[in-house]
Ligand binder design. Structure first.
Ligand code: CC7
Ligand code: ZN
Ligand code: ZN
Length: 250
């Protein structure tokens, strides 16, 4: 079974010319989103994918550039697609805050009987650090990574071959020991803050300290509008572009 990942956006939270960093995992067995930021529905529209063609959505953390499109997805599935419920793959930590802290404000509607996240989505809880089959041939392991202290945040292993960092602080030991030495992931999609000190994201400067054989596996995402100024300055790493497709398995 072939598995592809298509970047729906590659922008940082404040990018104005790039969609939010999110991805569409495409296979013959279905389509699954990794994150759904506020500009993700527009990006999906541009590639002619309708909400009812999305079989599930995995959420890494609850910043708006990763979950801000869920309300639109839910309302369109409800009002335009006959109340089709798509699956929402969440860890318990994310499930306990996503509705109360983020979605409830716009989606709580007791007069029509919509008072819980389950009224809009089919919730599938997944355990941290446990490989979980999302679709036949597409397994995800969500591992805890550090982004904002005291807030749940996850990076993903896809089929134990691809690492998708979501938003994380730089962690050389994780990348070196776990991602490359132990699992030998051939593809690494990593967030990248192009300038500044990088309190909550990996910076380009930090990623450039990795050995060449690791850099060669890295595609940079979650970058700012000024990405063009950094072409040729990313060592053996390269920028992945909006709507670019990577074939993960044939
Ligand atoms: N301590 C923080 C917290 C947030 N931020 C900015 O807010 C954005 C939220 O989405 P993000 O993609 O995680 O990127 C964050 C920073 O740009 C930041 O720069 N420092
Ligand atoms: Zn982000
Ligand atoms: Zn974030």
């Amino acid at each position: 079974m072939s598995l592809q990942i298509q970047m729906l956006g590659t922008g940082s939270a404040f990018a104005k010319t790039l969609y939010n960093t999110s991805a569409l995992v495409r296979s013959t067995n279905g389509n699954v989103l990794i994150d759904c930021g506020y500009s993700t529905p527009k990006s999906l529209h541009e590639i002619n994918i309708q909400p009812d063609q999305i079989d599930g959505i995995i959420i890494s953390h609850i910043h708006a550039d990763h979950v801000g499109g869920l309300e639109e997805m839910a309302f369109r599935l409800l009002y335009e697609f006959n109340h089709k419920k798509t699956k929402l793959f969440l860890t318990k930590s994310i499930a306990s805050i996503l509705w109360e802290n983020t979605l409830k404000g716009g989606m709580y509607n007791p007069s029509d009987g919509f008072t819980r996240i389950e009224d809009y989505f089919e919730i599938v809880l997944i355990d941290e650090h446990m490989p979980t089959e999302i679709l036949p041939g597409f397994t995800v392991e969500m591992i805890t990574t550090m982004h904002i202290p005291h807030k749940p945040n996850y990076s993903l292993f896809i089929n134990d071959q691809t690492f998708y960092s979501a938003d994380t602080q730089f962690n050389a030991e994780l990348l070196t020991q776990e991602v490359v030495n132990k699992r030998n992931c051939h593809t690494i999609l990593h967030d990248c803050q192009l300038s500044g000190h990088g309190a909550i994201h990996a910076t380009l400067e930090q990623l450039l300290t990795l050995p060449d054989d690791i850099q060669e596996r890295i595609y940079l995402m979650h970058y700012g509008d000024n990405m063009m100024n950094y072409i040729g300055k990313t060592g053996s790493m390269r920028f992945i572009q909006q709507h670019e497709v990577l074939i993960l398995s044939k």
